[in-house]
Ligand binder design. Structure first.
Ligand SMILES: NC(=O)c1ccc[n+]([C@@H]2O[C@H](COP(=O)([O-])OP(=O)(O)OC[C@H]3O[C@@H](n4cnc5c(N)ncnc54)[C@H](O)[C@@H]3O)[C@@H](O)[C@H]2O)c1
Length: 347
């Protein structure tokens, strides 16, 4: 028996990330009951529901939005569906956890955020890395002033293997799909907005990615409003595994967070000194953060407090991604103020 006052959730999208969030909601988040799973691929929804003993699996998310016993949804479907589902869920009065990015254009994002504002529901965006214990510690110590004034922010984010071209084609490109997490991290660590970006990028991993109109390798320099400067470096393929490190240098010291490994043994022999490769990919590396972000979202609903990653926090990294792409294409520094959205017309 589940307690009557549990917060009932629906998960929309039963793919890679939907499976993680559904499993976490079903097993790791106190005060929550996962009531239904929707996927246009009904079998995917049914298989996941059966595995987690969830009573309802549907092929149309509307069935979740029209269920008055469901208070909140986790939107884990493909990127091009997020904004529409956010707007409809808000109109249905559901609290919303939505995966990144909200959408690939600002007009669509602003319409979705407007619907959330009007409905007065909670919206949290899935920037899970803020909930990673390593990066959270660095963030907290910077905010406490432990390194004085931050001057240089360095973010390294390299995937172990490139995604399939089918994924690349609908992802919005590397800057909006992958670097978007690093743009969020830059804001989160520095406590400052970024004003200008300059991108050098290329295709060094997979020529098919280039043919799809995307890049797979980039270095992006950042100028922050507080005077700091920074770099993000990305690759779609690091042969030694998922490389996720940050370093922030300031007037009074430096903070670093290194990769997580399956264990920390070090083996020395005649060939050298060996230690394990980083945890393979995001599902392993960020497992703890996926649980923590949903716990925080549930807490914000229970306590009626502001979510820790807001709709605006979801919007700004999209602007940064657009500026990074423009900088790459035009080979010049681009100010974020150059990226503007058409003004929304009032209803
Ligand atoms: N925060 C993270 O670290 C992280 C990691 C991976 C993916 N994501 C984001 O999550 C989203 C999904 O990514 P994924 O890797 O799980 O993709 P995926 O392709 O594995 O899964 C997407 C699922 O959504 C379903 N779907 C599509 N349209 C739908 C609709 N209208 N209603 C219901 N279901 C629908 C598809 O059938 C599929 O099962 C993307 O926006 C991606 O950017 C975030």
């Amino acid at each position: 028996m589940t307690p009557k006052n549990n917060l009932r959730f629906g998960v929309i999208g039963a793919g890679r990330i939907g499976k993680i969030h559904a499993e976490n909601l079903a097993t790791h988040i106190p005060g929550v009951e996962l009531a239904a799973i929707a996927d246009v691929d009904l079998k995917a929804a049914e298989d996941l529901a059966a595995r987690l003993h969830i009573p309802k699996a549907v092929d149309n998310y509307q069935a979740i939005l029209s269920d008055p016993t469901i208070a909140a949804v986790a939107i884990c479907s493909s990127t091009d569906t997020h904004a529409r589902i956010v707007s409809e869920a808000a109109q249905a009065g559901k609290h919303i956890f939505c995966e990144k990015p909200i959408a690939l254009d600002l007009k669509t994002i602003d319409a979705a955020l407007d619907a959330v504002d009007k409905a007065g529901v909670k919206l949290q965006i899935g920037f899970n890395r803020r909930f990673d214990p390593n990066f959270r510690k660095v963030h907290t110590m910077i905010a406490e002033g432990r390194i004085g004034t931050p001057q240089i922010v360095r973010i390294t984010s390299r995937d172990p293997a490139p995604p399939p071209i089918s994924y690349v084609n609908v992802s919005g490109g590397m800057f909006l799909d992958m670097t978007i997490h690093d743009f969020d991290m830059a804001r989160y660590l520095s406590g400052s907005e970024v004003e200008e970006v300059y991108t050098a990028a290329g295709v060094m991993v997979d020529p098919n990615i280039g043919e799809a109109g995307d890049v797979d390798t980039a270095v992006i320099t950042l100028r922050f409003a507080n005077g700091a400067i920074g770099t993000i470096d990305n690759s779609r393929k690091a042969i030694y595994g998922y490389d996720q490190r940050v370093e922030v240098f300031g007037s009074e010291g430096m903070l670093q967070a290194h990769n997580n490994t399956p264990d920390n043994h070090v083996y020395s022999n005649a060939d050298g000194v060996h230690s394990p490769k980083p945890l393979y990919f995001f599902l392993e590396r960020y497992a703890v953060s996926f649980i923590a972000e949903l716990r925080a979202f549930v807490q914000s609903i229970q306590e009626n407090s502001s979510p820790l990653v807001t709709g605006i926090d979801g919007r700004i990294p999209v602007v940064m991604g657009m500026a990074a792409k423009k900088s790459y294409l035009e080979n010049r520094p681009v100010k974020l103020s150059e990226i503007t959205a058409p003004v929304l017309q009032p209803d």
